[in-house]
Design a protein around this ligand. Structure first.
Ligand code: GLU
Length: 509
């Protein structure tokens, strides 16, 4: 590796919600930067105004914040290479496009949309079903390679609308070394003459990404595998602009696949199979369509991040639970797999469960508070924490604390009478009436003394305690579920336990 300070970037286009593959790209960038004591840059690639979606940029930043993957430099934070939003850098790209034209690596193209359409029609009629503006077609079009110099000068002077296109070599093999895939090679004839600068003076992604990676001194460029076909254009631009010595090392990250391994995981798969694919809720401002996110479904950010890290990477030891510090320490880009990683929602839930169990009860209570608020429940934080601690072993999501512990907050509205009534008797009724009185006098209302007094009275009355425990549980919870019954009683406290015994007795009578 070069001695230069490591600088990586995440360069999203603000076109919508962030897919978990995008967050994984952020994560790998972040881990690599931290591992090497380098810097992580967030650059917003918004040069395609037609695809710009309001709110998407804020959403991306909020996602990074939620995941704890804060950039060192960004549009919000600024930094030595500001601005970090490409639309605000518009003025600086043209000179590089002109430099390429002057050197013969790019050319002006004056073709109107109608002329381009006509070319496509002609090509299709000739059996070429995906016509491209490339080395063969460009000879027939209206560009500075075909028109004579005087005509080009006149057109430019008159301000005739034009774009600048890269002149892809007709027949060259391009090679580069990818940190994940190893040697990759391309035939330049398969790539069209991409537009670098648009008629409105905005650069396209291809020009802007290279210029900015250069100007921002990016040393390693990690991005999704879907960008691999663009790599030849970028590599040529690095060469043609005379920057080859500074070209970043590339790593194209494998796709995240559908659970069955058949193709890229899409937002639609999530809808179809009932799991989130976006990091956070995203509402499309045009259609108002809501796509659910991992955050809102109840994932803890640490669990989400850990799960993502394991999608396509491991350290070879078999360890699966990694704190952020451990990930930073163990991460290496070379250990990212070449093949796509199948997304497994049950495994994602397993990660969340592991983190819920590890999370401090007081913090769980805080995270659970919105669920209580929504239900209009008022409870002391310490009480909520206690309940979180009692039920967290059963939860995959924070909101499941309610499913496994709702009876701590509300008295049973109905009882599982079938479980009690067939074996209910006057003796049992008498036992509970008497025990309720004993409880009034019990000073230490914790589960051990509770259980002792329960067993003593049962023995005195000659009833098996086992036969009394189920009715007691149903009095407290309404059904056959919950933590150990004396622990429930202790948690509810004396007054509430006694009250629930009385209400239960009335219901069973
Ligand atoms: N703007 C591109 C995107 O939306 C960035 C690709 C790259 O990292 O080069 O993903």
């Amino acid at each position: 590796m070069s001695q230069k300070k490591v600088r990586v970037r995440f360069a999203p286009s603000p076109t919508g919600g962030l897919h978990l593959g995008g967050v994984r790209t952020v994560l790998f960038n972040y881990l690599f930067a931290r591992h090497h004591g380098g810097e992580f840059v967030l650059r917003i690639e918004d040069t395609d105004q037609t695809r710009y979606v309001p709110g998407a940029e804020e959403y991306i930043m909020e996602c990074l914040r939620w995941c704890g993957l804060e950039p060192d430099e960004s549009p919000l934070k600024g930094g030595p290479y500001a601005p970090y939003r490409q639309s605000e850098r518009k003025a600086l790209y043209r000179q590089y496009a002109e430099q390429l034209v002057a050197a013969g690596y790019a050319y002006y193209a004056f073709d109107t949309p109608e002329e381009l359409e006509a070319m496509r029609e002609v090509e299709k009629a000739r059996g070429n079903h995906s016509p491209q503006y490339n080395y063969s077609i460009r000879k027939t079009m209206r560009n500075s390679l075909v028109l004579d110099a005087a005509e080009v000068a006149t057109l430019l002077e008159k301000g005739a609308p034009h774009v600048i296109r890269i002149k892809m070599p007709e027949n060259e093999e391009l090679r580069f070394s990818d940190m994940i895939r190893g040697e990759v090679s391309f035939q330049t004839s398969t790539v069209d003459d991409k537009v670098l600068l648009k008629a409105d003076g905005m650069p396209t992604y291809h020009l802007a990404v290279v210029v900015d990676d250069y100007l921002m001194k990016i040393t390693h460029a990690f991005r999704g595998e879907e960008w691999l076909p663009s790599a030849p254009v970028h590599i040529l631009l690095w060469k043609y602009l005379g920057w080859e010595a500074d070209m970043p090392q590339w790593a194209h990250l494998p796709l995240i696949l559908k659970p069955d391994g058949n193709g890229k995981l899409s937002k639609r798969d999530g809808d179809r199979l009932g799991f989130p694919v976006y990091a956070m809720n995203w509402t499309d401002p045009k259609t108002n369509e809501l796509t659910r996110g991992f955050r809102e479904i109840g994932f803890l950010p640490e669990a989400f991040v850990n799960m993502l890290a394991m999608l396509g990477w491991n350290d070879g030891s078999g360890q699966e639970i990694f704190s952020m510090e451990e990930l930073i320490e163990h991460f290496s880009i070379e250990r990212v797999h070449k093949g796509g990683a199948k997304f497994d929602y049950d495994k994602a839930k397993w990660f969340n469960h592991q983190y819920i169990v590890k999370t401090d009860d007081a913090l769980l209570a805080k995270l659970f508070q919105p669920v209580l608020d929504e239900k209009g429940m008022v409870a002391e934080p310490a009480f909520v924490a206690r309940i979180a601690g009692l039920v967290k072993e059963r939860c995959h999501f924070i909101n499941e604390i309610w499913d496994h512990g709702f009876f701590f907050f509300i008295r049973p509205e109905k009882y599982d009478a079938d479980a009690v009534k067939p074996k209910w008797s006057a003796e049992k009724q008498a036992f509970f009436e008497e025990w309720a009185q004993v409880l009034e006098g019990l000073e230490d209302f914790t589960f051990a003394p509770l259980e002792d007094s329960f067993k003593q009275l049962a023995a005195a009355k000659n009833i098996k305690p086992g036969e009394l425990q189920l009715p007691f549980r149903i009095m407290l919870c309404g059904g056959k579920f919950g933590p150990p019954v004396f622990v429930i009683a202790e948690t509810l406290g004396k007054a509430e336990t006694i009250e629930r015994i009385k209400l239960g007795l009335a219901a069973f009578a």
